[in-house]
Design a protein around this ligand. Sequence first.
Ligand code: ATP
Length: 713
Amino acid sequence: MSVLSKLHSSLDKRAAQFSRVYATHRPLVQRGLTVGFVLYVFLATYQGLAARPASRKGREAKDVSEREGRTAHVAVDAVFYRRLGVILRIVIPSIRSKEALLLIMHSSLLIFRTAISLYVAALDGKIVASLVRGQSLEFLLNIARWLLVAIPATWTNSWLSYVQNKLAIAYRTRLTREVLKQYLGEESEGPDGKVYYKLSNLDDRIQNPDQMITHDIQHFSANLAAIYANLAKPVLDVILYNYQLAQNVGAEGLVVLTILIQCSAALLRAATPPFGTYTAQSAALAGSLRHTHSRLVEFAEEVAFFGGEEAERQIIEKEFVALVRHEEKVMNQKWWYGCAEEGIVKWLWGSFGLVVCAIPVFFKLPGISNIDLGSRTEGFVTNRRLLLSSSDAMGRVMYSYKDLAELAGYTARVSLLFDTMSDVRQGKFEKALVSSAMQGDNSQIMRSRGQVLEVEDIQFENVPIVTPNGDILLRSLTFSVKSGEHLLIVGPNGAGKSSLFRILGGLWPVYGGIVRKPPASNFILIPQRPYLSLGTLRDQVIYPHSQEQMATRGISDAELLAVLAVVGMDGVVEREGGWDVAREWREALSGGDQQKIAWARLFYHKPKYAILDEATSLVPLDMEGKMMEHATALGITLLTVSHRPSLWKYHSTILQFDGQGGYVFTKLDAEKRLLLQEEKQEMEAKLLEVPKMKSRLAELRLVADARITKAQW
Ligand SMILES: Nc1ncnc2c1ncn2[C@@H]1O[C@H](COP(=O)(O)OP(=O)(O)OP(=O)(O)O)[C@@H](O)[C@H]1O
């Protein structure tokens, strides 16, 4: 016997010995491998979802933040989980909440559906086996079972999508309510309120809050509701299907299969583009495009008069092209990613699966006695179905990473909204400042804060007027207004007249000194272009009251008509078809009529103070006088900005800005001021005549010189 054949026989002996030992201990090995497999699936899922460095994704995410003015990144990482945690506490406030119950219901349905799938896999195998064996009765019985199981199966699927949609709506409702609570904070919240104003005027971080509150919250909620099904269910499926498969084909093949699948999955994952960042970018670009369109709708008349169609088209097109380019980039990425994904998940993993299913056909597995053709076919069909479901579930775990990345994008947007609102409520604003705001004295003023005290009268003590971008309009302003002492405010454009009102209304922060003033509810503002709400004609006059509040105050429609009569607008009720007609009042009423409605609103509310910012610029002089007299007769103290001298006589003090950072606050003697004004106008008129007179004089001189010369001749 040669050395080679000796070696061969000794190897044979050892192999036989090993397979004997292995066969004896196989049940134990199987159990160990199965437990190991389950642990592995959990670990792999955890690792797949756990925080990861944001490298490339972080870099690309900067694009989003630049548009939103903030350095936040979008990736499936620790930041994402922290943000999601905060939002989850809002959408699922307690274990007894409706949302928690819906989640439990959703989970039960998911488990039930998997159980049905397992049953169907086995039944499928049995049907084919009975066919191969030619057992007609068995075949019919199995078909009956198939039809029976179809009832709960279809029922479960419908319920699943129903509960998932319900969850999405419930999340959206919770989030929207919470956002609106903060965004339109009650006036009683004092300086913390008016977030909707501060967000767009005092802070740069959010360009389109409307888009965030509507579109982004909706997508976030839908994604969050789906991610649970897309993640929890496939993980559960992978474990259950594979457990069942391990029983049928042996755990060894499955372990090899899992290793191969995980290696290819890791490769695919490494190549996954940053879809989360793309989602956030898409949302920001879509918001920007919508904003340009809504601006055009808002200023349609102005644009039409200017013939600005070409300019507007260019602006809109620029936004549109940016969005389309981005969508195309994402589409291209999705195209190649989709190819790679399908090739790996469907075809490569499918071939691995077929090989695994074939194991019991080609190898005799201890404990599994597939002898006849029927049993072999039954085993193959069942295993193949299990495998298809398992690889489908595995694929969904893979896809869910993409979903998770998308959810991260929306989470970033929603949490940016919450974070910014929270900062704004605490008076922390992020805005691009003018360069002077960063220097010495100016930056000192910007850093400090003044005091706001609630008292009966208005008193400003050394208060600087600073615009949100750090421009200091006035370093220190001191003046006071007592009840009944009407104040006239004058000065050149941009001097800070309206800004003073913004401080009074609590819209702008007080950077220094002391502001004493009554609560904001004691003021009513009438600007040059008054605000008209969506609603009925009655709503315009009583805004922001509701009809119920009007009834509580004991005011009837007839009394409201009397209020309109003061401003000569009582005819409008009949003309427009009654109090309850709703219309776009900005279009239905002329500019002057809109101002008169705003004055009627003032007479309805009778506040302590009225802020009139060029509030009579569009009404005739006689009506202006009537309205001013009625307001003072009602005991309303007026703070008026106007360039019309006709209004001077209604005021007792004057605050005059010079537009260079200086001001004068003094008693106003309207008569004297009018006389001076008249004298000034007369002199100005005379001065205008001077050049004309000079040229006439020159002409006369020429004529006179000519006559003298002629006489001499
Ligand atoms: N939200 C804002 N953010 C930044 N700057 C602002 C803001 N609102 C106003 N400003 C700036 O504050 C300055 C003063 O504006 P303000 O409206 O108080 O002027 P004004 O005296 O009322 O002028 P006008 O007579 O033209 O109405 C202007 O330069 C304006 O650009």
